[in-house]
Design a protein around this ligand. Structure first.
Ligand SMILES: Cc1ncc(COP(=O)(O)O)c(C=O)c1O
Length: 175
C-alpha cells in the first residue's frame, strides 16, 4: 500500500491487519505537503495494490489541487492500482478555499473511491458511520470485506437491551 509520510496513522494499522506492507512518500512544506509519487521505487510500484491519501490532510492541513489529483490519477492508471481518497475533512475549507473531491477529477471513478465519515461534518464521532462512493468494483470488494469483518447490533435492539438492563436492576434492588 502506498501513502504519504506523515499520514493518518490508522492506514498503517489497517495495512498491517491485512498483511500488506506500507510505502510512505515523504511530504515537505516547500511542496505544500503534496507528495511526488514518482519517488516511489519501481520494485515497490510493481507490488502496489492500493494508494490511500486524505485531503484536506490530517495531519498537515494541506489541500489538494486539481492538478495534483489529475497527476495522481494518471500515475495510478499507468501502474494499474486503485486510489482510495479519504475525504474525512471534505466539509472544512479555510483561507477561502473549498476542499476538492477527488471524484471531481475527470475519469476518477475508473480508478478510485472516496470515503466519507459523519464524525467531523455532523459531529458524530464514535458512531462509526460513513459511506463510500465511486468505482463499483472497488465498492463491491469493500462490501465483501465489510460483511465478513464487521458487524454490529441493530441500534434499536441494543437500546431496548439497555432499558431492560436498567429495569432489571431496579426490580432487584426493590426486593
Ligand atoms: C483522515 C481521517 N480519516 C478517517 C478518520 C476516521 O473517522 P471515524 O473513524 O470517526 O469515522 C479520521 C478521524 O480522525 C481522520 O482524521
Amino acid at each position: 500500500m502506498v501513502t504519504t509520510d506523515p499520514t493518518y496513522p490508522l492506514y498503517y494499522s489497517a495495512a498491517r491487519l491485512s498483511g500488506a506492507g506500507v510505502h510512505a512518500v515523504p511530504v515537505y512544506e516547500e511542496d505544500d505537503f503534496l507528495p511526488d509519487w514518482n519517488k516511489i521505487p519501481d520494485n515497490v510500484l510493481s507490488k502496489t495494490g492500493m494508494l490511500i491519501m486524505n485531503y484536506p490532510n490530517n495531519p498537515t492541513g494541506a489541500m489538494a489541487t486539481e492538478d495534483f489529483f489529475a497527476d495522481t490519477l494518471a500515475f495510478a492508471k499507468a501502474h494499474r492500482f486503485p486510489i482510495v481518497h479519504d475525504f474525512a475533512y471534505g466539509a472544512f475549507g479555510f483561507d477561502g478555499k473549498r476542499p476538492l473531491s477527488f471524484l471531481q477529477t475527470p475519469g476518477a471513478k475508473e480508478y478510485g473511491v472516496e470515503i466519507y465519515t459523519m464524525s467531523k461534518t455532523y459531529n458524530m464521532a464514535g458512531w462509526r458511520f460513513g459511506f463510500l462512493v465511486g468505482n463499483a468494483s472497488i465498492i463491491q470488494a469493500f462490501k465483501r470485506f465489510h460483511d465478513n469483518a464487521h458487524s454490529d447490533v441493530f441500534g434499536a435492539r441494543s437500546k431496548t437491551r439497555r432499558q431492560r438492563h436498567c429495569l432489571g436492576r431496579k426490580i432487584v434492588s426493590k426486593n
